[in-house]
Design a protein around this ligand. Sequence first.
Ligand code: BJ8
Length: 426
Amino acid sequence: MSTDYRPMWKELGLDLEAHDALLGVLGPLYEQTFTRQPQRPEGMKYFDFVMSEVHGLRIKELVDARSSGRKVVGSFCTFVPEELVLALDGILVGLCAGAEFATPEAEKYLPRNTCALIKGAFGFALARVCPYLAASDVVVGENTCDGKKKGYEIFKDLVPNLYVMDLPQTKSAEGRALMRAEFKRFGTYLEGLTGKKLTADALKKGIAAVNAKRSVMHRLGKLRAADPSPISGLDGLLMNQIYFYDDPARFTGSVAKLCDELELRIKRNEGVAPKGTPRILISGCPMAVPNWKLPAIVEKAGAIIVGEESCVGARGTQALTADTGKTVDELLDAVVDRYLKIDCAIFTPNASRVEHVLAMAKELGAQGVIHYGLQFCSPYQIEAGPVEKRLEKEGVPALRIDTDYGQEDIGQIQTRVEAFVERLRG
Ligand code: BJ8
């Protein structure tokens, strides 16, 4: 970071010492995970810059936006409809939950057998090291899995501004009605927060901005089907992670530019690894920044990751919102229809998810799938069994990895991943 942001962080109420310690780990980890990868596309320099300023310049932009009257909405989940936030001139950002921080503090509030993502969110909040949380006018919690749902009952006393959105567990008519009512309530809440009125025009603009962002990620996703792969899985994941932080229009433009470069690479038959390198699809729990543990192991083992069936990936970006409605109500219906397509494991049944995994594996030419489950995440860990069975039945080898954010099991995971990559080579 070229500028001294400490006065800004102090103003936001961060614990400067703890925050320095966090940045002291993140910087070198990023350097060692990303910048030394061979044959990286030039276009990744923009994303390196974003990451170098993820606690700096981007936070300053949020602070400046707030000074000009805009509101910042923080979220932990891909169910929070960005279309509505943008329509009311707000900014949606993802909140820190991708690393262990202040775990002993978090465990004073949560049982030890809580998933790392929830513990991470608590740890970052308790240690006052997440500038996105500090810069948020409202934090949206969502009743998804039991861990989050019950966690928010406690989290509401740790932050001054928690808004909880209820969500359905089934994709039934009743489930849809619940989501519709909750999105409507959220829109009304945002109107109160921003002092603006939700109009059809504004909602159409919000839909257009988010659709553009999703479409460019679809374009990127398709380019990853090329063999040799024009981009590493680590960089593919990184873009899916930055999706939750960067300004939407700037992000869309930068990914489009990178896609232009990748298209040229594909034409020239250039890739980040030789043609024929074993190709793997990752499926399962979301990997929030700086959770790069499993992808780093997989690519170090000589495979290439060609896609992520995850909320930080294709599950989060998979469908566009129809923009043909003429009234706020019609457009809101379209937003609900789009979000109801997300095949998160909190839904029961959730049959479309395995179909999506299979379709992705086929389209991307993945020879195998690694199912990634965070320990103590019942929805994904339980769903892993049927997903694995179905994949193997369809002739797609699958490996199940259950882990957390710790480093202790790295050696063991490496051994299993290496054996899996050998199986794929065979
Ligand atoms: S839409 S996947 S982002 S809920 S890993 S906290 S499920 S115990 S993150 Fe998620 Fe929204 Fe669904 Fe996506 Fe619970 Fe599992 Fe932890 Fe999880």
